[in-house]
Design a protein around this ligand. Structure first.
Ligand SMILES: Cc1cc2nc3c(=O)[nH]c(=O)nc-3n(C[C@H](O)[C@H](O)[C@H](O)COP(=O)(O)OP(=O)(O)OC[C@H]3O[C@@H](n4cnc5c(N)ncnc54)[C@H](O)[C@@H]3O)c2cc1C
Length: 302
């Protein structure tokens, strides 16, 4: 990785040939040609605006739902984590929080300030930007249930304040006014909050985290649940019933603890993980006639 000089109007950090394995929770992936950490929203707008036409751009958060292929990513990867960090309670119990803030921090700060409904975010190891893109959810809560507006930047660096109604939101799926969201990125969310009991909120967070640690493999690299649950069933149940717990290619393994998790046993390659995803989906299709769909975003050169 080399840190390069930027034009004077840019204030962020640009790294060249940055190993994406450092920025994904699976700890795999090749290098990104350019990896940019913007200083703030204005700086991100300037970066986007000055990019050469046609250069591919991907925005990432904490890489906790991302499989970066071994050959890496061409163009620019932009990571606002920790940089776009604004957090403010506005009038009317509206929380404005920027895309780079980790979900766990949002959950805890809201509970501490006596607001409820975002406790479920505590165990989601991503950022607000990633949670908006994925409509991340857990234990009955979903990110977009409380969103009233979002702030976005487009490819030209133009800022938009968009209403919730401009998005088609479903289970782990968000379709924006620009097809597929690829050319418009979230920089902040406005959540409506309800007044709650701070102590009760913090204790709910504790319980939810405990529940996770009982059912999910903790402390090993993974991307959480790999497949969406099909209508009326659970991907984990289907995978387990095919005898795939413990199934392994290279160092990528279907978790023994939770069959919808694929874990990196150490030095797995992205190709191993991708092959496990493909094989699991094929076996479930053969045995149950159900086509599982991956929840994980797979990016980079094949
Ligand atoms: C142990 C573990 C447990 C998990 N549990 C859950 C769970 O309970 N529920 C759940 O829903 N998920 C869960 N996940 C998956 C993951 O944490 C979520 O999908 C999370 O929302 C991803 O956020 P991120 O910041 O890491 O996004 P990334 O993985 O970096 O990116 C995910 C996608 O969002 C896009 N994106 C990221 N930021 C932006 C932005 N600012 N604007 C536009 N697009 C953007 C990326 O391009 C990519 O397509 C889990 C993952 C792990 C490792």
């Amino acid at each position: 990785m080399a840190v390069t000089n930027l034009t004077p109007e840019l204030r962020g950090v640009l790294k060249l040939d940055e190993a994406m394995s450092k920025h994904t929770s699976w700890r795999v992936g090749g290098t990104a040609d350019k990896y940019y950490e913007p200083a703030d929203i204005k700086d991100l707008a300037v970066y986007l605006e000055q990019l050469p036409e046609g250069e591919p751009v991907i925005m990432v958060g904490l890489g906790s739902n991302l499989l970066v292929r071994d050959r890496g990513i061409r163009g620019s990867v932009i990571c606002p984590t920790g940089m776009l960090d604004g957090f403010a309670i506005l009038e009317g119990q509206i929380l404005r929080v920027e895309a780079g803030v980790p979900c766990a921090i949002v959950a805890k700060r809201c509970a501490k300030q006596g607001f409820t409904e975002l406790e479920f975010l505590a165990g989601i190891p991503g950022t607000v930007g990633g949670a908006l893109a994925m409509n991340a959810g857990a234990f009955g809560g979903e990110t977009w249930s409380n969103v009233v507006k979002v702030e976005t930047l487009d490819r030209q660096g133009i800022f938009h304040l968009r209403d919730r109604e401009q998005y088609l939101v479903g289970y782990r799926s968000v379709i924006g006014p620009m097809v597929g969201l690829e050319e418009e990125w979230f920089v902040a969310a406005h959540f409506s909050l309800s007044v709650g009991d701070g102590e009760a909120g913090l204790s709910k967070i504790k319980q939810l985290l405990l529940k996770r640690s009982e059912t999910q493999p903790m402390g090993v690299p993974s991307c959480g649940s790999v497949f969406r649950n099909p209508e009326g069933d659970y991907a984990a149940r289907l995978i387990e019933s095919c005898g795939l717990k413990g199934f392994k290619i290279g160092n990528a393994q279907v978790s023994e603890k939770h069959a919808n998790f694929i874990i990196n046993l150490g030095n797995a390659k992205a190709i191993d993980i991708e092959q496990v995803i493909i094989t699991v989906a094929e076996k479930v299709k053969q045995q149950h006639g159900i086509q599982l769909e991956s929840e994980v975003r797979i990016v980079g050169d094949e």
